[in-house]
Unconditional design. Structure first.
Ligand SMILES: C[S@@+](CC[C@H](N)C(=O)[O-])C[C@H]1O[C@@H](n2cnc3c(N)ncnc32)[C@H](O)[C@@H]1O
Length: 255
């Protein structure tokens, strides 16, 4: 059964760009001053389909956790210090943010955290070997509300397939958003793929974030008392792909 419909909340630009006064953890890990960066990048523009990304150098062993669309990577900065044997990689399409994350990781002495400039929708195969990732996070992706812009939404059938390939057996896919329609859209894609098991049961949201780390947008939403729609999936193998899956794949390229 589908979850009950909730009205979409108005989406504001990614708070990593113009944050209000920082809370404790943000003050520790966020950039000051905040770099001046454009709000949205269209991931389907030809110039962003291939950014020149290269394979990420990773230790031969040890878990790898990846946030797609990490922006300032607060979520990874909160996870990395207590887990030195785990490699944390933020994939981000805005190059200025990538530079900034890497400078702050170096300044904080976090050798296990880095960001890479890449398009999550087209370059995961370049970045990571199949089966190498323990966890993939998609935290508060850009909403692209207008109908004609929906194909720019990051979570589509192609990405679900790519994430499945990159995850180790039983690897985790975590998605969260404060916009119900967007979360439901992502849930439909992931459930229809037949490649993941919803940890809470089919078509179910998770109430809490189980990772002990919060992204900047998550912090801001919680400060405002906004509802957050979360899903946790595990990679499953066997008969992959459900009828109709191909139809929800992103179409076209924006010139
Ligand atoms: C709304 S922000 C959320 C940032 C962070 N995850 C958070 O929760 O605070 C979405 C981020 O995803 C990035 N992004 C959008 N499409 C992308 C893509 N195809 N590949 C990589 N990053 C992308 C945007 O540049 C932006 O920084």
């Amino acid at each position: 059964m589908l979850p009950r419909h909730q009205p979409a909340s108005p989406h504001r630009p990614c708070p990593a760009l113009n944050p209000p006064a920082p809370s404790d953890s943000i003050a520790r890990f966020s950039p000051t001053p905040v770099p001046r960066i454009r709000h949205h990048v269209n991931p389907l523009r030809v110039q962003f389909l291939e950014t020149g990304a290269e394979p990420v150098a990773l230790p031969a062993a040890g878990d790898v956790e990846v946030e797609l669309g990490c922006a300032d990577a607060l979520f990874l900065f909160e996870r990395a210090p207590a887990r030195p044997r785990v490699s944390f990689v933020g994939v981000e399409i805005r190059e200025e943010l990538v530079r900034d994350v890497n400078e702050r990781a170096a300044a904080a002495g976090l050798a296990n955290l880095r960001a890479v400039f890449a398009n999550a929708n087209t370059e995961l195969d370049t970045l990571f070997a199949d089966g190498r990732l323990a966890r993939v996070y998609v935290n508060f992706p850009d909403p692209w509300f207008k109908r004609r812009h929906r194909k720019r939404r990051v979570m589509n059938a192609d990405l679900a397939r790519a994430i499945h390939r990159k995850l180790a057996p039983a690897g985790e896919l975590f998605f969260q958003s404060d916009i119900f329609d967007l979360a439901l859209d992502a849930m439909a894609v992931i459930e229809a793929s037949g490649r993941f098991e919803n940890v809470r049961g089919p078509w179910s949201f998770l109430v809490d974030n189980p990772y002990g780390a919060r992204s900047l947008r998550e912090v801001r939403c919680e400060e405002k008392g906004m509802r957050i729609w979360r899903m946790l999936y595990r990679r499953v193998d066997g008969e992959a792909g459900a009828p109709g899956e191909e139809e929800s794949a992103a179409e076209g390229v924006d010139e």
